[in-house]
Design a protein. Structure first.
Length: 70
């Protein structure tokens, strides 16, 4: 099952901490988190906005075993 674009956006805000439902996560923390789910990223100077990075990574794992949806 895949989640919708609207859900991806909302989930990204939760993951980054921007929704204030979860703690704030810096860029390096987000990279470590998504690397645990199959990404192979390195935090550096050209790192995108945190919300954009989170949405992109959630899209990449959407529908996979890394993002199981009941």
């Amino acid at each position: 099952m895949r989640i919708s674009e609207r859900s991806i956006s909302a989930f990204a805000k939760i993951v980054t901490g921007d929704s204030q439902i979860s703690p704030y996560k810096s860029g390096p923390v987000l990279v470590r988190l998504f690397n645990e789910f199959g990404a192979n990223d390195v935090y550096g100077q050209a790192f995108p906005l945190r919300w954009y990075y989170a949405e992109d990574k959630i899209r990449a794992i959407n529908g996979s075993e890394h993002l199981p949806v009941p």
